[in-house]
Design a protein around this ligand. Structure first.
Ligand SMILES: [Zn+2]
Length: 176
């Protein structure tokens, strides 16, 4: 398996993780001991990162199945300790799921843009679909000026381009 540093050199992986956990999360990943399981307190002490930030990053990674823990109970005190390890081997799956979600949303938007006719107030910049514009008798809900037909071809072309790029990326991610 690639080391954390090697993974972070990949711009797509870095961008994904940075969006997920931010600077301190990246810092935690870089400093995370390569062996074994570690409590959040130990990680904070070893990395010098604030404990709440460590916890927040771990939980965020956990939600994406990029970190996991198991609990151990101290038989004398009854206290629970959570021991963590990171699972960056799951990054390709997490990124793929992320892209598929984005793709879903873009495709819904594409359908909405394709199936609707739009009207714009050139003063306010408000854009309304036909049914809404009709309700308002083709007057702007903000300034009451008449609204004009809005040509969404450029927007639709940009959407289609973005969708094609993401589909391409997903296809490649699948083969790695
Ligand atoms: Zn207006």
């Amino acid at each position: 398996m690639d080391t954390v540093d090697e993974l972070l050199e990949n711009p797509a992986i870095y961008a994904y993780l940075h969006r997920l956990v931010g600077d301190e999360g990246i810092e935690l990943l870089k400093k995370f001991p390569s062996e074994g399981e570690h409590s959040d307190e130990d990680l904070a002490a070893e990395t010098g990162i604030n404990l709440n930030s460590v916890r927040h990053s771990l939980y965020t990674l956990y939600e994406k199945r990029l970190a996991e823990y198991h609990r151990i109970k101290n038989n004398e005190t009854g206290w629970l300790t959570y021991l963590w390890q990171i699972r960056l081997d799951r990054i390709p799956v997490a990124i793929r799921e992320d892209l598929e979600n984005i793709l879903d949303k873009l495709e819904q938007r594409e359908r909405f843009e394709e199936e609707n006719d739009f009207y714009i107030c050139k003063d306010c910049g408000i854009i309304l679909p036909f049914a809404k514009a009709l309700d308002l008798e083709f007057k702007c809900p903000e300034c009451d000026n008449p609204i004009a037909h809005f040509d969404n071809d450029a927007l639709l072309a940009a959407l289609k381009q973005r969708i094609a790029e993401i589909r391409e990326t997903v296809a490649h991610a699948g083969s790695s």
